[in-house]
Design a protein. Structure first.
Length: 181
C-alpha cells in the first residue's frame, strides 16, 4: 500500500517558486516513511527565500491507535510575515484556515487533523540592533488521510505554503512550469 501512496505523488508539479527535495525520512516512528522539504523562493537566491517547510508521510501497515489509520501526514511551514499582519489577534485562526481550506480545495480527504500555529517575534539588541525586527509564522499539523491517494494532500500543503508566503493564487487554467517530483 505504501508503494501505491508513493506512486500517487509521482509527476506532481509544484509551482515555479516552490522547490521540492526529498530528504531522509524519520526512521523510528513508522516502518515506512517519505520526507520532502520545500523552499519558497522565486529566484533561488537565499536573500529572496520567502519560506520553507516539510511534508512527511508515515505508513505502518499494522496501524497506530493515535493515527486512527495506517497512514499519517505531518507538515510544517514557516515564513516571515508583515509586522502589521503579525500583530493581528486572529492570525492563528487565519493560518489554520489556510491549511484546512487548501486541503479541502485540493480534495484531500482526511480525519483527525491536529496542529499548532505559532507566531514568533524577534527583536535585536546590541551589535545586532541594526537588523530589523522579525515576525515569523509557523504552521505544524498532522492528519490521517482517508485513502493512500496522497497527491491532494501534497497539493493542499503546497497551496497553504503559497498562502503563508504571500504568493498569489494560481488561476485554475494556469499550469506551473517546474520539474516533476
Amino acid at each position: 500500500m505504501f508503494l501505491q501512496a508513493l506512486s500517487s505523488l509521482k509527476g506532481h508539479r509544484a509551482r515555479p517558486e516552490i522547490h521540492l527535495n526529498e530528504i531522509p525520512p524519520p526512521t523510528r516512528i513508522a516502518p515506512w516513511a517519505l520526507a520532502l522539504t520545500a523552499e519558497v523562493n522565486p529566484s533561488r537566491d537565499p536573500e529572496h527565500m520567502l519560506g520553507h517547510g516539510r511534508f512527511v508521510v508515515l505508513y505502518d501497515p499494522a496501524g497506530q491507535e493515535v493515527w486512527h489509520g495506517t497512514f499519517r501526514v505531518i507538515v510544517m511551514a514557516n515564513a516571515g510575515i508583515d509586522p502589521e499582519m503579525g500583530m493581528d489577534p486572529l492570525l492563528a485562526e487565519a493560518g489554520w484556515s489556510w491549511l484546512v481550506d487548501a486541503l479541502e480545495t485540493a480534495g484531500a480527504g482526511f480525519h483527525h487533523l491536529s496542529g499548532t500555529v505559532t507566531r514568533v517575534m524577534s527583536e535585536s539588541f546590541g551589535a545586532l540592533q541594526l537588523t530589523d525586527s522579525d515576525i515569523e509564522m509557523e504552521i505544524r499539523a498532522s492528519w490521517t488521510p482517508n485513502t493512500p491517494e496522497l497527491r491532494p494532500h501534497l497539493t493542499g500543503w503546497l497551496e497553504m505554503m503559497a498562502s503563508l508566503t504571500g504568493l498569489p493564487p494560481l488561476g485554475a487554467k494556469i499550469t506551473p512550469l517546474s520539474r516533476p517530483l
